[in-house]
Write a protein that binds this ligand. Structure first.
Ligand code: SAH
Ligand code: DHB
Ligand code: MG
Length: 223
């Protein structure tokens, strides 16, 4: 199988199960010069379904870009839910706000601009209700730091997802010098070593090539 065939399958799945209702978001992102590194539409719907499955009302996202994944998560939390999404680039945040507005979910999303490692302590200081789901999809080198912050901002039963941890299969190379590959291995080993976490990684292929999503749950006393 080639990546062209994976993309062909994604086209069929989008046509059949996902729909292209957010094509305006992709157009706006491209027009603003944002890199096309959003989750794919089937992955976006998968995030939505995970959030619905756990009846998430509060979602934290690290890495907004143009708000495509944010839109799916915002749909999942419903009218009374909230998504807080952290983005370093003011321009990305601005495009995201416009996309979220157009999608009709802006009132349930708070986009916070700044380096996530600056925003997370501020957020924690506000002592918010725990988040039910955290989606980590920003600068890959900080993945382990983001998971550690996610642990402080969640409760037993919460779900923590980390995007892009397989990196064309390169994570199997223990000697890789690639910083993102090393960071992927580090976060996977953190999920193994941290007693409050249990998780796995699902490899994915599709229009975004070969990658994978880490899925972890926060454990409590009874687990
Ligand atoms: N979740 C988005 C894609 C995010 S791409 C989607 O699927 O639609 C990664 C984003 O993380 C980029 O917009 C990038 O600007 C942002 N980012 C990179 N470093 C960051 C940091 N230190 N803090 C917060 N956001 C960061
Ligand atoms: C990149 C980042 C992502 O979040 C993604 O889904 C794909 C690619 C990147 O930085 O290249
Ligand atoms: Mg990603």
């Amino acid at each position: 199988m080639t990546s062209a065939e994976w993309a062909e399958v994604d086209r069929y799945l989008v046509e059949t199960l996902v729909g292209d209702g957010d094509s305006e978001t992709f157009r706006a992102n491209a027009a603003a010069g944002l890199p096309p590194i959003d989750v794919s539409p089937p992955q976006g719907k998968f995030l939505y379904l995970i959030a619905k499955s756990v009846r998430a009302r509060r979602v934290l996202e690290v890495g907004t870009l143009g708000g495509y994944s944010t839109t799916w998560l915002a749909r999942a939390v419903g009218k009374s839910g909230q998504v807080v999404t952290l983005e370093y680039e003011p321009r990305h945040a601005q495009v995201a706000r416009a996309n979220l507005e157009r999608a009709g979910v802006a009132e349930r999303v708070e986009v916070r601009v700044g380096a996530a490692l600056d925003s997370l302590p501020v957020l924690a200081e506000e002592n918010p209700e725990p988040f039910d789901l955290v989606f980590i999809d920003a600068d890959k080198v900080n993945n382990s730091n983001y998971v550690r912050w996610a642990l402080r901002l969640t409760r037993p039963g919460s779900v923590i997802l980390v995007d892009n941890v397989v990196r064309n299969g390169r994570i199997a190379d223990a000697n890789s010098r690639d910083a993102a590959v090393r960071a992927s291995r580090e976060v996977i080993e953190l999920i193994r070593d941290e007693p409050r976490l249990d998780g796995t990684v699902l490899q994915t292929v599709g229009s975004k090539g070969w990658d994978g999503l880490a899925y972890a749950i926060v454990l409590g006393e009874d687990d």
